[in-house]
Design a protein around this ligand. Sequence first.
Ligand SMILES: C[S@@+](CC[C@H](N)C(=O)[O-])C[C@H]1O[C@@H](n2cnc3c(N)ncnc32)[C@H](O)[C@@H]1O
Length: 407
Amino acid sequence: MFHPFLFYLISFTPMDNKDENNLRIVATTLFGLEEILMNELEALGAKEIEKHTRAVSFKGDKALVYKCNLLLRTALRILIPMTKFTVENDKDLYDKIQAIDWTKYLDAEDTLAIDTVLNTEIFNHTQYISQKVKDAIVDQFRERFGKRPSVDLDKPTLRLNVHVFKNDCSLSLDSSGDSLHKRGYRDKTNLAPINEVLAAGLVILSGWDKKQNFIDPMCGSGTILIEAAMIAANIPPGYYKDDYNFMRWTKFLYYDDEMFTAIFNAAVDAINPNPTKILGGEISHHVARKAKENIKRAKVSEFVHVRECDIKDFEAPDGGGVVVVNPPYGNRMVKENIEELYKAVGDTFKQRFQGYDCWMISSNLLALKNVGLRPSRKITVYNGQLECRFMKYEMYTGTKKIHKLQG
Ligand SMILES: C[S@@+](CC[C@H](N)C(=O)[O-])C[C@H]1O[C@@H](n2cnc3c(N)ncnc32)[C@H](O)[C@@H]1O
């Protein structure tokens, strides 16, 4: 069955992706962030950029693969498509995988992991398909060399992405390894934090100019604040990571440590050590403490400050700016409480955030009505499996309102 969350269809001519200086590359992302990702790619010098659902394809070289992994804020994975073929059943899949010369990509001593995404009627189980693909590859090595690569799900030499859409099977090398949203600054937590890629996307979608005030008055573990801080200070999203799958490649697109180090050092040199101050608020003592720990781990505590307070009491600095808030959606709250909370958020925007553009993301469309303000923009994004609206409420200052009336 068609699955909107897993769907990304990439069309490219099979076997045309061998030229390391002119690769077709695919960056996957979250629904709703494709255009931002296109802008990010353009800024990095990508060519022939095309938009897909939950993905963007483009052309570039090895250096661009490294830059994308280190610098893109709204990409989840950077894939290098290898080939695409039609497939009828698992035997057919096995045969077609075996027909590829895998010695161009790995040695018998190397390790392998396979991630499968299915949008098809012909296969049901991703794990079974991953197993089939693995069998086809390792059998080829065993038949030719008497030994075979082993499986390593954590840090393999080669991470393969298998995507079956109807009868089309696309094989890609996954240059990222761990999903790029795992920046590495967040402690494992039992809270329900927003995905880092979505948080960065919301900050960019808000149109914040990196100079005005930025506030998340319901900051939870601080993800939106940290992503905003990284954007303001030009800290690369991959700053805290030291492992990408491409670092283990020894054949096709073999790892060039000198090239990656030069790209990393240039990005670190471009960090702005004195960005604008960023403010957060959080009602729970325990959660506010988690936010402060994450902020410290992200090395942005000098300019990100969290207050332990109710949004109703948040004192926003003068001068206006941008608010981005990710309130509870009400999954665990009774209806009256969530309606009351959203009403309080709307009232607070009106009373305490004059001169601010206040953005709010929620999947609870009914509760959003209780904000009681007319949104000037509504953007559809997904937070995990939840379809959400990202709403913009423009809070004019009193004077502006008077000017408008006089006008
Ligand atoms: C969905 S979570 C935010 C998650 C956050 N974006 C993150 O990445 O961790 C909503 C947060 O709002 C906080 N909260 C709820 N009511 C509040 C209020 N009246 N004032 C301030 N914070 C509140 C909750 O404690 C919770 O941490």
